[in-house]
Design a protein around this ligand. Structure first.
Ligand SMILES: Nc1ncnc2c1ncn2[C@@H]1O[C@H](COP(=O)(O)OP(=O)(O)OP(=O)(O)O)[C@@H](O)[C@H]1O
Length: 340
């Protein structure tokens, strides 16, 4: 069954002009987020995941950012190109927080220490709905209960410092879902919290995503957590998506050497001490000096002749729903010679 699109990103380019030069943080990304589906955007630090998310949210001041391409949002069956909206305007503000919301990495900096948890949950509900203060309080307390906070009525009036890191992240999830968004973006939602409770937070996000029938874009550098939560995976490297497939295909038949490297870098419990991690050889190239052709070619063991010649591979659908941008796959079809 073909899934209905919620958001379609077409040839998105988000660049920054800096004193050191132009950073092509997101450089020609295409991605479809279907309704009621969870997608993971995976890649090492600096690959452009957060910039993609902030471009969707309209959170990047222009300048220094320059955003081109299309972010087509299906709003009640009417398509709207978010790139054309004024990020500071009322229309974007209504979409942001109400229809598309985001959970950030660090709940301590995202929560305001001088307001109670309840005030912060209620603020979002009141800003985006017609509910009265009393009704918003009731809904807020219910939400805190839903995200697993015991005695939500009492805890509603407490301050962020009275909550543990994991509990604060649960509050952020409640805030993210307060208006029943069509898309929830979670940017490394477990990075800042204790490793022993990370899995519980991911389970909670997954459960609520299904219950609220929202789509989820999970941003992570760890392919290990993706299986628990995502149906589809987009692998990102230096501003480009290099592989896209169902989660089972990414795990069982990864095609891009970069995806294979990320899988090998997943920490595995029970491996010999000192061998818990492997990392991909070499350094991510400087964003001011992106390699011509395949961007991963400077770290890739394969060294295809096209890569040595600096030729850029195209994204090819190798099997139904499995896309890859690599000279090793796609045969004749991958004869693109476009250079960077
Ligand atoms: N405001 C900005 N001005 C200039 N460069 C930026 C800006 N924001 C991000 N970048 C650059 O864009 C590139 C992509 O950054 P981004 O934060 O999207 O990476 P990421 O994949 O989310 O990594 P991380 O997991 O470390 O957050 C990086 O080289 C980063 O330094």
């Amino acid at each position: 069954m073909k899934q209905e699109k919620l958001l379609e990103i077409k040839n998105l380019k988000t660049h920054f002009d800096t004193p050191e030069g132009r950073v092509r943080a997101v450089d020609g990304v295409d991605l479809v987020i279907p309704k009621n589906t969870s997608i993971a955007l995976v890649g090492e630090s600096g690959s452009g995941k957060s910039v993609t998310a902030k471009s969707i949210m309209g959170l990047l001041p222009q300048p220094p950012a320059e955003i081109n391409g299309e972010i087509l949002y299906n709003q009640n069956e009417r398509e709207k190109n978010l790139v054309e909206l004024d990020p500071d305007g009322e229309e974007y503000a209504n979409i942001r927080g109400n229809e598309i919301s985001m959970i950030f990495q660090d709940p301590m900096t995202a929560l305001n220490p001088v307001y109670t948890i309840g005030n912060q949950v209620m603020e979002i509900i009141i800003r985006h709905t017609d509910l009265s203060k009393k009704e918003a309080r009731k809904r807020g307390i219910k939400l805190l209960g839903k995200v697993g906070i015991a005695n939500p009525e009492q805890r509603f009036d407490e301050y962020p410092h009275q909550f543990s890191g994991g509990m604060r992240q649960r509050v952020m999830i409640a805030i993210g879902l307060a208006c029943n968004p069509t898309l929830l973006i979670a940017d490394e939602p477990t990075t800042a919290i204790d490793v022993t409770i990370q899995s519980g937070i991911l389970d909670l996000i997954k459960e609520l995503q299904a219950e609220f029938k929202t789509s989820l874009l999970l941003i992570t550098h760890n392919l290990g957590v993706v299986a628990q939560i995502a149906e589809k995976v987009a692998v990102m490297y230096l501003g480009e998506i290099v592989e896209y497939a169902d989660v089972k295909d990414i795990y069982h038949s990864p095609l891009h050497p970069y995806t294979k490297g990320l899988l090998e870098a997943v920490p595995v419990l029970g491996r010999n001490r000192g061998q818990e991690f492997t990392t991909i050889e070499g350094m991510v190239p400087d964003p001011f000096n992106i390699p011509a052709g395949c961007r991963f070619s400077t770290r890739c063991e394969e060294q295809c002749k096209q890569c040595i010649a600096g030729k850029k591979p195209q994204m090819i659908e190798v099997e139904s729903g499995h896309y890859v941008k690599c000279w090793l796959h796609g045969g004749e079809a991958n004869d693109g010679t476009e250079s960077d």
